[in-house]
Design a protein around this ligand. Structure first.
Ligand SMILES: [Zn+2]
Length: 307
């Protein structure tokens, strides 16, 4: 296998902060109980939004399945520590790659070829597939994977990740046991402030610097009121990878509107409403987040020009 075939491990940012551990603990306790009772399914489908804990859960499950001591989720043995650092030879992360951002057939062939091989260290090998919705896990690749997914050898476990299990091909979905992660609302409760949108709170729990992001968009909107548009473009682009991008932009728009008052504020309140609606569409259709945030901010900017 060449270096190009090896998927990079998740970054610390993708794995999220330790604050998430309290939210995911009940899920991991169930997995631990299943493992200890010898009832661990061969293939798990972890349902949860990216970067709100699912990566962290997947890594901890992989550590539990490969731990020579049968340790708990936070086990500090050398094996579990290496899993968490992404350097354990028996744990492989498979991520979408290439121009189309998909898990491709060559990656599946590499799994199928490697699966019969014995574990390098312990008794179990784990493959984590990050993002198996139909749009990211092409039909050809998925079909090549089916037989292996259905009848993996005793020493193999698969952990498949999806934000929306309904968007996973039924042939893949039906071969996995589903494990649903706590939603954003549960994370918001942990964050303790129910007056802010749940996903915004969840992003903060996950370690995102929401306060800074809101401040950046706010100053971009204020600059745009003075005729400076470039800041808006940059703010929209920076929000693109944020799970809570829409709420951040909406919150900033409402903040500026509150200070402005009058007719000029109305435009920004509409922008905030547009952004929250766009979020629903984005979820349903998996559209480009940054482009939609930008479109909402730009339409407001153009309406400024006409007034
Ligand atoms: Zn361990």
């Amino acid at each position: 296998m060449s270096d190009a075939d090896v998927s990079p491990w998740w970054t610390a940012e993708e794995l999220g902060s330790e604050h998430l551990d309290a939210v995911i603990a009940p899920v991991l306790e169930r997995v631990e109980a299943a493992r200890d009772a010898g009832r661990m399914p061969r293939s798990l489908l972890l349902a949860g939004a990216p970067r709100l804990g699912r990566e962290r859960v997947a890594v901890k499950i992989a550590a539990m399945l490969t731990c020579p001591a049968g340790g708990p989720p936070g086990c500090s043995c050398p094996s579990c520590r290496r899993v968490r650092s992404g350097v354990h030879p028996d744990v492989t992360l498979v991520r979408a790659s290439g121009k189309r951002g998909q898990i491709v057939i060559d990656q599946v062939r590499a799994i199928v070829e490697a699966v019969p091989g014995k574990p390098f260290e312990g008794r179990t090998r784990v493959w984590i597939l990050d993002g198996v919705e139909a749009g990211r896990f092409g039909r050809e690749a998925a079909n090549a994977f089916l037989k292996t997914l259905e009848e993996p050898p005793d020493h193999v476990r698969f952990v498949l990740l999806a934000a929306n299990p309904e968007a996973v091909l039924p042939t893949i979905r039906s071969r996995c046991q589903r494990l649903v992660l706590p939603g954003a609302a549960a994370m918001a409760r942990l964050f303790g402030d129910t007056s802010i949108p749940p996903e915004l709170a969840a992003a903060a729990v996950a370690g995102a610097d929401v306060g800074t992001a809101v401040g950046d968009v706010r100053s971009a909107l204020e600059a745009a009121l003075e005729g400076e548009i470039l800041g808006l473009l940059g703010a929209a682009r920076n929000l693109d990878p944020e799970p809570a991008g829409f709420q951040i932009a909406a919150l900033a728009a409402l903040g500026v509107a509150g200070d402005l008052g009058g007719e000029r504020a109305d435009g920004l309140v509409h922008v905030a409403a547009d952004l929250l609606q766009a979020e629903g569409r984005q979820r349903a259709l998996n559209l480009n987040r940054g482009r939609q945030i930008l479109a909402a901010l730009l339409s407001w900017y153009r309406s400024q020009g006409r007034n």
